[in-house]
Structures are given as structure tokens and as C-alpha cells.
Design a protein around this ligand. Structure first.
Ligand SMILES: [Fe+2]
Ligand SMILES: [Fe+2]
Length: 403
């Protein structure tokens, strides 16, 4: 099973996973085991599907990692986001359907807690027809995954709660689903503007946490509403919005460090990652290895170091099933993620340096963590070596995050 970019689909390729309809959790455009008709490609692009899962004779074992239940639950959440956002746009803000939101978040959360394999594959929403709604769904999914990883830290930081309640991530999920709801009031021309924003436009964009907070406060639990307000606060300061002292009317500096509630700190890092790895009208999605490098290099002051360290342990720079070219010219598929050495996963050779397919690629497995002379050189012809130094080991990741 391989991830193949939509533009590289060739005649005869057979699906290893079904292609979903974004706003119907149980329906599919195409079922697994079906050959992909080339005339479907424009529709896939329209649904923002960037890659499909293709059967490969020597990589069938990867299919065992798949549990289609994850995608189904994500699309269920997406559907609720859609319904609610459309209601809000229709002027019915008081109608936020918290109960339905909570049941779909609980289903996703229970799935992630129990899943032994689903989390290895790290699968964001497969298909979507609206960026804001899919982004909200993905930030919810990533935050729940990260929340599970930092459960001890949650107990430590939320000592005013019983341990069981401190680990309860219902409010985290809900706050993430609504975190950018204030963007619904921003004119589309500004939201989708490809070039640099004017100071006035920046000001309008930066109003969304406050506008969103005003919309949700009193309708959702307070710690979910805090995520809406605080998801652009940076750990070392310098985020937005600024606060105003209610008595004197004076401007106060934005929150920083542990003044920022922990659920908001979790949402912040997932928000940055998802925004950068998703394509939009004005932006081509960057590969995870590049985004993780940029986060570790340029944005480390945005994030709580403990949370960042956990995040880098669950997000693979090279997703399983991705085709890569090694520094010796071999084309290979990524078959595992090693959280200790994130950029040195196990791979399986597919073609030799001359482009000839291996007769049995299951014999060509290489653990890059054991081969210091070999590295992943490129993906789709793009040199990815400059992005790897910052994330060579999990320990370095921790050190960078703490710096
Ligand atoms: Fe935002
Ligand atoms: Fe966001």
C-alpha cells in the first residue's frame, strides 16, 4: 500500500482504501479494490484530496494498520462542524449544537484511546469541500491525539481537578472545533488574499479570536471558549489578542507561558501544523518534514516546550506509505515511524538506483536509524535534506524546544 499523489495516478492503479464523500460519513466515491478511472482526477482535486492509497503487492502488510473507523468518525465530526457553521452564518449563533458536537467528539476520542494501530498512520481528514471546516476538524483530531500523549502533564497542570477530569479532553475537542469560528465574519477577499496583508487587513484577521469568543462564550464550557480566545497566544509572548484592563481601559500585554491555559497551548501547536500542511487558495501544502523543520527552527518560541516535545513524537516527518528517494538513488516506501529518530524511519526499497523494480521488495527493508551513511534525499524530486538536521533525533527536538 502506497500513498500516491493525485497527479501521479496511472492507469491500472487499484485502491487500497476507499475514497470518501466528505460530508457523508458512510458513503464513498470509490471503494477499495477498484481501479481508479482517470476521469475522476478533477473531482478528487476539487475535494482537496492530494493523495490516494494504492495497492502494492509487497506492501500489503501496511493495510493491516488501517482502521476505516477513524475516517468515519472524523467525517462525522466534520458534518457537525458544517451544520453548525452554516447555522451560524445563517444568523442562528445561539443554535450551537453542543450536545451533538460532544457526542461526535466522544466517539472520535474513544476510538483514538482504544486504537492500537490507527494512531501510527496519522491520518487527517481524507476529503473536504471547505478549508475552515476541515481545518477545525483536523485541529480537533490532532489535539485529542496530543492530549492523550500529555495526559500526565494535564493532571500536573490541572491540579484543581480530579485526575480523571483533568484528562477529560471533551472541552479540548470542542474548543478546537470552534477555534476559528470568528473567521466566518472576515470577508473572503481578505481571508483568501494571496499576497501580503495591509495593516488594516491584518487587524481584521486578528480580530477572529475575540469575535469567536464573543460568539461562543456562555454557550460552551469556559475552558473550550478559552481556546477560541487564546489559540494565537505564544508561549514566550508576542501573540494576540492584547487584553484591556476592564477598570482603567489600559492595554495589557498578551498572555504568555503558563498563564495560557494548557488546553489552548495544545491547540496552538496543532493549529500551526495543520494550517501549514494543508493547501489553500493562496498556498500549496508543505510536506510534513518541511513544516516540522520550520516549526522547530522558526516557531519554537510559540510553543510550550513539554507539549512541543510530545508533538514531535507523534507526528512523523515522513508518513507511512510515502514514496521517497534515498541518498543512494534507491526509490523506497516508508513503512514505519521511529519516534526516537524521526527522520530515520524504516523503508522498503521499490526500485534500484537505475529505476528497475526489485523482484521482491519485501527483501529490501532498510532501517535508516541503523545506516548512518544513508538518508532520505528527496520526495517527488524536491530535496528534503535541508529540513532534517533540526530533527535528527528526538533528543535534539527536546533540546531545541527547550532553548
Ligand atoms: Fe485562528
Ligand atoms: Fe486555525
Amino acid at each position: 500500500m502506497l500513498r500516491v499523489p493525485v497527479e501521479k495516478i496511472e492507469p491500472g492503479m487499484v485502491l487500497a482504501r476507499p475514497i470518501p464523500v466528505p460530508n457523508d460519513p458512510r458513503r464513498f466515491l470509490l471503494q477499495r479494490g477498484v481501479e481508479i478511472p482517470l476521469d475522476l482526477i478533477p473531482r478528487l482535486k476539487q475535494l482537496n484530496i492530494r493523495e490516494v492509497w494504492i495497492r502494492h503487492r509487497d506492501l500489503e502488510f501496511l493495510e493491516d494498520l488501517i482502521d476505516e473507523g477513524l475516517g468515519e468518525r472524523q467525517r462525522e465530526v466534520y458534518l457537525h462542524v458544517r451544520r453548525n457553521f452554516e447555522m451560524i452564518m445563517g444568523g442562528a449563533a445561539s443554535e450551537i449544537d453542543v450536545q451533538h458536537f460532544e457526542s461526535s467528539i466522544a466517539a472520535l476520542f474513544d476510538f483514538l484511546k482504544k486504537s492500537s494501530t490507527g494512531n501510527v498512520l496519522l491520518q487527517k481528514l481524507d476529503a473536504f469541500d471547505n478549508y475552515l471546516m476541515s481545518h477545525s476538524t483536523n485541529v480537533c483530531y490532532l489535539s485529542l491525539l496530543l492530549g492523550l500523549k500529555v495526559d500526565r502533564y494535564l493532571i500536573e497542570e490541572r491540579q484543581f481537578k480530579r485526575a480523571r477530569d483533568a484528562k477529560d479532553l471533551q472541552s479540548l475537542g470542542l474548543g478546537c472545533l470552534l477555534h476559528d469560528v470568528g473567521k466566518m465574519f472576515i470577508p473572503v477577499e481578505i481571508l483568501n488574499k494571496p499576497g501580503r496583508l495591509t495593516p488594516e487587513e491584518t487587524q481584521i484577521i486578528q480580530r477572529h479570536p475575540v469575535d469567536g469568543f464573543e460568539l461562543v462564550k456562555g454557550r460552551v464550557p469556559a475552558n473550550a471558549a478559552q481556546i477560541v480566545l487564546n489559540h494565537h497566544q505564544r508561549y514566550r509572548g508576542g501573540g494576540y489578542p492584547t487584553r484591556v484592563d476592564s477598570r482603567s481601559g489600559k492595554e495589557l500585554p498578551p498572555l504568555e507561558g503558563k498563564q495560557i491555559p494548557i488546553l489552548s497551548r495544545i491547540a496552538t501547536i496543532c493549529d500551526v501544523y495543520d494550517a501549514a500542511t494543508t493547501s489553500r487558495v493562496y498556498q500549496v501544502a508543505k510536506p510534513p518534514v518541511q513544516v516540522l523543520h520550520e516549526m522547530r527552527t522558526f516557531c519554537q518560541s510559540f510553543f510550550d516546550p513539554q507539549i512541543a516535545r510530545a508533538f514531535y513524537q507523534i507526528i512523523p516527518p515522513f508518513p507511512i506509505g510515502q514514496i521517497v528517494t534515498l541518498s543512494n538513488g534507491v526509490e523506497a516506501a516508508v513503512v514505519d515511524f521511529n519516534p526516537k529518530y524521526p527522520v530515520q524511519p524504516k523503508v522498503q526499497g521499490l526500485r534500484d538506483p537505475y529505476g528497475w523494480p526489485y523482484s521482491d521488495s519485501s527483501l529490501e527493508e532498510i532501517d535508516l536509524a541503523l545506516h548512518s551513511d544513508l538518508e532520505i534525499a528527496s520526495i517527488n524530486g524536491v530535496d528534503v535534506r535541508p529540513f532534517q538536521l533540526s530533527q535528527a533525533t528526538a533528543e535534539v527536538a527536546g533540546a531545541v524546544a527547550l532553548a
